[in-house]
Design a protein around this ligand. Structure first.
Ligand code: NAD
Length: 311
């Protein structure tokens, strides 16, 4: 079987390629990526065919999908603030790109898993979140994810294409970079801790997230692909934890073994206050996937940062 990973040079995609190499060495991995945020260095030691191209180009996407059995569609411009700065760019990569991908997949009956996002719940403050709670995106990024996920599920209903849409929550772990303007909170905090800089906290730090280690995400994606699990509704890919940013800093301090100064700045537009899955559907359909405890996950992340700095 050949699995296509769009966005495979990115954080989650490169972890998934490694995971598939390890658990199913006979599976061929093909990566399609425009390297807009991904890096070839993430793929060091990965066994995969690399195809450079953009999801916005239907012909390039069609060629990349040819001959594949399954697709992990992870390619997108991530980050809420990036989409607030450039909504049209996010729309083109995330929404038009997904439509191009689905069109290519449907003529070949390729199984599609998709990375939607917890940001789709947006203004809905109910906690914890079930997949059947109402959605109200608060950023262009969240709109693209809700629209793309709706397309993915509609392709099952309209064309019988086997699909599964996951709503990722805050994923973290090795290969998640800290060195760009839209970096996620865990790499930013770990980088600050290791370089002796203050951690920049947007708002009061009481905003909370259901942090999910990338290993659990890869196990879940592979399990879906391996079983060709087709569900008509999305699945939250998080286990139901709720950690505030200040609690997260405490865990990082514990792991690095020293205090981290905190610098509070203004809140960011489009950010949600609290995010937590109920974890029910994930446990129902993926009972074998175990969550990585936060401290253990932070240890593996700090290890990766230290090894990268030494290299
Ligand atoms: P990432 O930025 O590291 O990876 C995305 C990859 O997609 C990059 O390699 C990038 O170069 C590629 N890409 C972007 N636009 C493209 C285009 N037009 N054509 C081809 N390739 C393109 O981000 P990630 O954290 O690995 O996220 C992977 C997926 O998971 C994304 O779809 C993201 O929206 C989703 N997601 C991530 C999180 C998280 O916490 N990391 C949370 C929710 C959803």
């Amino acid at each position: 079987m050949t699995v296509l990973i769009t966005g495979g040079a990115g954080f989650i995609g490169s972890n998934l390629a490694r995971h598939i190499n390890r658990v199913s060495p006979e599976t061929e991995v093909r990566i399609f990526d425009d390297l807009s945020t991904g890096r070839m260095s993430n793929l060091e030691g990965v066994r995969a065919q690399f195809v450079e191209g953009t999801l916005s180009d239907p012909a390039a996407v069609d060629a990349a999908v040819d001959g594949v059995t399954a697709i992990a569609h992870l390619g997108a411009l991530g980050s809420v603030p990036r989409s607030v700065d450039n909504p049209v760019g996010s729309h083109s990569a995330n929404l038009t790109g997904t439509l191009n991908l689905l069109e290519a997949a449907r003529s070949r009956d390729a199984y599609v898993t998709f990375a939607s996002s917890s940001s789709v719940y947006g203004a809905n403050t109910a906690l914890p979140k079930s997949e059947f709670d109402w959605t109200r995106p608060m950023s262009p990024y969240a709109v693209t994810k809700l629209g793309a996920e709706a397309y993915v599920l509609a392709y099952t209903h309209s064309y019988g294409l086997p699909t599964l849409a996951f709503r990722f929550f805050n994923v973290y772990g090795p290969y998640q970079p800290a060195d760009h303007a839209y970096a996620a909170v865990i790499p930013r905090f770990v980088d600050a801790a290791l370089s002796g800089q203050p951690a920049v906290v947007h708002g009061d730090g009481q905003q909370s997230r259901d942090f999910t280690h990338v290993d659990s995400v890869c196990q879940t994606l592979w399990s879906a692909i391996d079983r060709r699990l087709n569900l008509p509704d999305p699945v939250n890919l998080a286990f139901g934890t709720r950690t505030t940013l200040l609690e997260l800093l405490d865990v990082i301090e514990d792991v690095v073994g020293g205090p981290i100064a905190r610098e509070h700045v203004g809140s960011r537009a489009g950010d949600v206050r609290a995010s937590q899955s109920d974890g029910v559907r994930l446990r129902e359909y993926f009972p074998d996937v175990a969550p990585t405890p936060l401290k253990e996950g932070i240890e593996s992340t700090v290890d990766w940062f230290r090894r990268t700095a030494e290299a």
